[in-house]
Design a protein around this ligand. Structure first.
Ligand SMILES: [Zn+2]
Length: 719
């Protein structure tokens, strides 16, 4: 065991040497949202929820760490999360990761790969989509809630005994308040990835009975308003450090980490001793940026009274201006005890003791500041136990009443006004799978507590909930409040020209080609029956027209019109066609002479092998062409890739003929061998060269109300 400096905050640590894990280049920690998303969510709001979680961590000020989403579609298609160089957020729907066997209580897991000095090499967020239902609107585990927790692990944080915090290790489908960070987590980023001076408090914890140090004791502070601010654990020598703090006056206390969070929720490198009583040490005043040593915190012997179990749901939400009812489990909760909270302006009413639980109401003044509060239970003999940060004061849910307009083009670009109540600065709007952040470019603007304005971005088509998420994580939702029309768009047409008499078959490629009301117009002229192939592809046979152009092609559906401007011409000449190639095979090395036969080949200017059948793009152009007559071309073959290839002929007008699978290229074997080649290696494992041994930590979020943890954190060395 190597001695390490006292570490601010509860962090993931190397199991052998105790080094805390960190990103060496925190200003750009890349993450990729896997394109499939959750198979429980069809409207794109799953990706919006993941982006909301990323934005929440990025919203912490005065820290250098930043999650940067890589939007490259090629990256988003990847599922090889175990490779270094990509940090994926993905839903494992069939236990392809192996981390979610049947019956697993793990809702999500974040494997973190790291080196012996604590540098993180890579980390990914995997959701247990096979065993659990995920949702963005209350039908399952809240994606944004779970994702925010897991991203905390990705950034290097371990679980916390601050039970109202995002890094609390349990969740159930009713919980959404982990969407927002506790001040504890904000302080953690400022302490670990510091961007300026912050204040800190240090000291140590000892037993009153014999003066021995307490390892793994939780030490926490509240601010002058009684809001829980930060918590950490003592090291094996009993020393603690609370970092990343603002200046101010704090009340400090020590508390055993017994329940609901215990040693079982932390990495193996921790020593957690709980044989002492929760003890309030006193007040400490910090100047901004100052470091204050409070000396020794003396704690008394263990007591029987105990508040909080992991079968409770934390945080306990208390709405400002309202009274809410709660139940907390524990031990020794007998009549004659007293319950109080760390902000005396709140009233606890109807407190009823049931030995193993206590029920009570919390009356919150209308103007109470949001944040977390401690509950303190005191037995008749004066023994106390503190439940750190278990209450969370939030504003009432915002309400979304109506949206104007309530429908629009899925291409976006139009202004939209949301009317309701309880809209606060920092709110986010989720609409059509897109997140709009208050005050951010391309975001939204909270112009009043009843009004939010935004300019719609391209959204997922169909009906969409309109959701306003408060900075506290609570939300207002207008179900199916907006409809995005699936306006078709046309991306390509092939061929680019056709004969004036008509009869040319065109392939149109695009999006949202619905059958209802489908029509295609060229230069404003309806082309008659359209062959619908898919929502991305249409065949249409031209009606013909006078040689002219370029002409605009329109695709009409019930949802609107998509156009491709100046995409097509009518020409005098007949369309060329290809009927055969002789010989039908040539070397992929190129340079062989072949003959193409067909009709109307007089004006051919290009011959392309292996062009795309739908767009005419790509492929390998022939280096030289000789027109032997209207029915015959002599062509020199290009260097190509071995395999079957289409044969495309194209005239100067853009008129084309294509013969599918009309030719094949045989493998080119250069004389003497050698040359460029690709070798596929089985069993490649991730691992940085010259980086030394790499470790894997798995941190998981367990289902609340389940005692059994199928897996805890494990560390696996790789070769
Ligand atoms: Zn966790």
């Amino acid at each position: 065991m190597v001695a390490v400096a006292v570490i601010a905050h509860v962090r993931l640590r190397h199991p052998d040497n105790g080094n805390p894990l960190f990103w060496a280049a925190p200003e750009s920690v890349g993450v990729v949202i896997q394109a499939e998303g959750s198979d429980d969510v069809a409207d794109g709001s799953d990706e919006a929820a993941l982006r909301g979680a990323i934005a929440t961590w990025n919203g912490v000020s005065d820290t250098t760490v930043r999650l940067v989403e890589d939007n490259d579609p090629a990256q988003q298609e990847r599922t090889d999360w175990e490779q270094f160089g990509i940090n994926l957020m993905l839903f494992d729907e069939d236990n392809s990761s192996g981390y979610f066997p049947q019956g697993s209580s793990a809702v999500a897991i974040t494997p973190v790969w790291f080196y012996s000095d604590g540098r993180i090499a890579g980390a990914d967020v995997l959701f247990n989509g096979g065993s659990y239902t995920f949702s963005t609107d209350g039908g399952g585990f809240d994606i944004q809630d779970v994702a925010t927790h897991e991203l905390g692990h990705l950034l290097g944080l371990d679980h916390t005994g601050f039970v109202g915090g995002t890094m609390y290790p349990y969740v159930d489908p009713s919980v959404i308040l982990h969407r927002s960070l506790a001040r504890d987590e904000e302080h953690a980023l400022r302490a670990i990835y510091s961007a300026g001076s912050t204040a800190s408090i240090s000291g140590s914890v000892e037993r009153a009975s014999d003066g021995t140090p307490l390892a793994g004791a939780q030490v926490a502070v509240r601010d002058a308003a009684g809001r829980t601010v930060s918590a950490n654990l003592t090291d094996t020598a009993g020393a603690f450090l609370l970092g990343g703090l603002d200046g101010g006056t704090y009340e400090l206390y020590a508390d055993p980490l017994d329940a609901p969070v215990s040693a079982a929720n932390l990495g193996a490198s921790w020593t957690i001793q709980t044989d002492f009583e929760s003890t309030v040490h006193g007040h400490v005043t910090l100047a901004p940026g100052a470091s204050v040593d409070v000396g020794v915190v003396i704690v008394g012997d263990d007591v029987a009274i105990d508040l909080g179990r992991n079968t409770d749901r934390y945080p306990l939400r208390c709405v400002s201006g309202q009274t809410s009812d709660h139940s907390v489990r524990g031990a020794g909760l007998v009549p004659g005890s007293t319950l109080s909270c760390s902000d005396p302006s709140l009233s606890l009413v109807g407190v009823t003791w049931y030995s193993n639980r206590v029920t009570f109401g919390v009356q919150v003044p209308a103007q109470a500041a949001p944040g977390h509060l401690d509950l303190v239970v005191a037995g008749a003999g004066g023994d106390i136990d503190i439940l750190t940060g278990c209450l969370e004061i939030t504003p009432p849910d915002p309400a979304v009443l109506f949206v104007s307009p309530n429908q629009g083009d899925n291409g976006g670009g139009f202004p939209l006004t949301i009317t309701g109540s309880g809209f606060r600065s920092g709110a986010r709007v989720v609409l059509g799978g897109i997140v709009y952040e208050d005050g951010v470019p391309s975001g939204c603007s909270v112009v009043a507590d009843t009004t939010i304005e935004l300019t719609a971005l391209p959204g997922v088509g169909g009906l969409s909930d309109v959701v306003v998420i408060d900075p506290s994580g609570v939300e207002g939702r207008l179900e199916n409040g907006f409809e995005f029309f699936d306006v078709p768009s046309v991306q390509s047409v092939f061929p680019l020209a056709g004969q004036a008499e008509g009869g040319t078959q065109l392939v149109l490629v695009g999006e949202h080609f619905k059958r209802r009301g489908l029509a295609v117009r060229i230069g404003g002229i309806d082309q008659g029956p359209v062959e619908w192939v898919s929502r991305e592809k249409l065949f249409v046979t031209t009606a013909g027209g006078t040689p002219s152009g370029p002409l605009t092609i329109e695709v009409q559906t019930d949802d609107g019109v998509g156009t491709i401007v100046g995409a097509f011409r009518y020409a005098h000449a007949a369309d060329p066609s290809v009927s055969g190639v002789a010989p039908g095979v040539a070397s992929a090395g190129g340079g062989e002479t072949i003959t193409i036969v067909g009709a109307d080949l007089d004006d051919i200017q290009a011959v392309v092998f292996a062009a795309n059948l739908e767009t005419g793009l790509g492929g390998f152009p022939a280096p030289s062409i000789t027109v032997l007559g209207p029915n015959e071309l002599s062509v020199t073959t290009p260097v190509a890739i071995a395999g079957v290839a289409s044969v495309l002929v194209q005239s100067a007008t853009g008129q084309s003929g294509i013969l599918e699978a009309g030719f094949s290229f045989s493998e080119f074997v250069p004389e003497g061998g050698g040359g460029c080649h690709t070798v596929l290696v089985d069993g490649a494992r991730p691992g940085g060269s010259g980086q030394g041994a790499c470790w894997l930590a798995l941190v998981l979020l367990a289902v609340q109300r389940t005692q059994r943890l199928a897996r805890r954190r494990i560390a696996i060395p790789i070769e």
